[in-house]
Design a protein around this ligand. Structure first.
Ligand code: FES
Length: 166
């Protein structure tokens, strides 16, 4: 007599359950800590890639503050993202030193090369392009960062070449 064995059901958490679990752990870590909004948002973004509306709602609920307050912080600091970014993040500096050294032309060349709008992500998800105010190395102007690497004294041609090599 053969017995059919049933496979044990796997417990598969939905993405939402996983996210709530992650955020709960972060909120617990900072429970009662004053001024913890920034580190909570940083860790949440690190864990999830960006701060989607649902994430902000969950965090606001957990912190006992209105979601509008969290949005205020997220939209004030450029380090926070409301949308997922591409595989590579290209930050193009448009601060004063870079602006007077040709950042506008460099920025246009980058957007043109990648066929993307400012702040957008390429259709293949490889690049997100962001404008930033200063990357802190003005003597190298004009400057961009691709991921963690800084590239200075750019020309439109050099910027295009660097992107092709990523
Ligand atoms: S203005 Fe571009 S690095 Fe400072």
């Amino acid at each position: 007599m053969s017995q059919s064995r049933k496979k044990p059901k796997k417990s598969i958490a939905t993405r939402e359950e996983t996210e709530v679990g992650l955020l709960g752990a972060i909120l617990t870590k900072y429970a009662g800590a004053a001024g913890a909004v920034i580190p909570i948002l940083q860790e949440s973004q690190e864990a999830l890639g960006c701060l989607r509306p649902q994430t902000i709602e969950t965090l606001a609920l957990g912190m006992g503050v209105p979601a509008s307050q969290i949005y205020g912080v997220v939209t004030f600091y450029s380090q926070f993202r409301l949308m997922p970014i591409g595989k590579h993040l290209c930050k193009v500096c448009h601060g004063t030193a870079c602006h007077v050294s040709g950042a506008t032309e460099v920025g246009e060349a980058i957007l043109d090369q990648l066929r993307v709008d400012e702040g957008g992500t390429t259709a293949d998800g490889r690049f997100t392009v962001q404008s930033v105010a200063c990357l802190g190395c003005c003597s190298l102007a004009p400057v961009m960062m691709i991921d963690e690497e800084t590239h200075g004294r750019l020309t439109p041609d050099r910027a295009r070449k660097l992107l092709r090599e990523v």
